[in-house]
Design a protein around this ligand. Structure first.
Ligand code: FES
Length: 319
């Protein structure tokens, strides 16, 4: 996928440890249009690529906005964005991709954000508000100082739809979620983005009154519940290059491909973004990702190379 060159034109603090980055396209052409919920790959430096949701003005084709939280156990991306990237710097980004699409015609939407999960959620709120659709936004954060985009949320044109839930413990969070989903209008669509534990709690509460098909999740970190199980060695046969390779117990398929100089696209390396999804032609994948849908997993025709393994002794891949 070809990369887009952008310049960092503004960096702003949006809360404790949260910075927004306004990116302007260099050169003549406009930036690609995107839908709410979309994210971009950002090449942060030192070979690190991270995915950040677009959270700025969707009608502005000259700028993209992202927001990044500096995390304690950073794998490098958030540290680079916070400590190295300065206004005036140039970055490379990918075109927007959307795994968290908004169904704009739903009679009602419940938008749920935890922490930095507000980024795709605020873009959805902007869009639903512009369309005049019915929605409510619930934003759970550790406290007021951790609540990002306060101006837009509390003083913007959809402020009356926003409920902030700040500084709650686990029990209080569960009680609020229960209240949110107590009696949703028929055919309500739910969108959830946030840390893993928050998402698990929000999803299980929502499932009590909302059908699973109407609940959409966007993960920005691997779901620990999916990446478990034995790690026995197996073989991969690469159909196009007519090569067979061994994947050891402590290696991923992606590790092995890279070690043998075989080109395979990847980005998050956590089974979240879908960049490495490849067709599985034979064998039974052992899905460990958080990207493929339950239906896609059951079909066993695709596999995330960065985390998933094989239940059969050999997998044939379209590579
Ligand atoms: Fe993101 Fe594999 S690289 S899912």
């Amino acid at each position: 996928m070809s990369l887009i060159n952008v310049k960092v034109v503004k960096i702003a603090s949006e809360g404790e440890g949260i910075r927004s980055f306004l990116l302007r396209k260099t050169g003549f052409f406009k930036l690609p249009a995107y839908e709410p919920g979309a994210h971009i790959d950002v090449h942060c430096g030192e070979g690190i690529i991270r995915q950040y949701s677009l959270c700025g003005d969707q009608n502005d084709r000259h700028h993209y906005m992202i927001a990044v939280k500096q995390v304690e156990l950073s794998r490098g991306g958030s540290d680079l964005m916070h400590l190295s990237v300065q206004e005036g710097d140039r970055l490379e980004i990918g075109s927007p991709r959307n795994n968290f699409s908004l169904y704009e015609s739903a009679p009602h939407a419940v938008l749920l954000a935890g922490g930095i999960g507000i980024t795709p959620i605020i873009a959805m709120a902007d869009r639903l508000n512009a369309l005049g659709r019915s929605f409510e936004l619930h934003y759970f954060s550790r406290g007021p100082e951790h609540t990002a985009f306060q101006n837009r949320l509390l003083r913007g044109s959809f402020a009356t739809r926003v409920s902030l839930h700040e500084g709650l413990d686990v029990a209080a969070t569960k009680a609020r979620l229960k209240a949110v989903f107590a009696s949703p209008p028929p055919r309500t669509q739910v969108y959830i983005c946030g840390p893993g534990l928050f998402m698990a709690s929000a999803e299980s509460t929502a499932l009590k009154t909302i059908p699973a098909a109407d609940i959409k999740l966007e993960r920005f970190a691997a779901n620990p519940a999916t990446n478990i199980g034995p790690t026995a060695p197996f073989q991969i046969e690469l159909a196009q290059s007519e090569t067979t390779l061994e994947v050891g117990a402590k290696e991923t398929i992606l590790d092995v491909l890279q070690a043998h100089g075989i080109d395979a696209a990847f980005s998050c390396e956590q089974g979240v973004c879908g960049t490495c999804v490849t067709r599985a032609l034979e064998g039974e994948p052992d899905h460990r990702d958080s990207f493929l849908s339950p239906k896609q997993r059951r079909a066993n025709q695709q596999i995330c190379l960065c985390v998933s393994r094989s239940k059969s002794s050999k997998l044939v891949l379209e590579l």
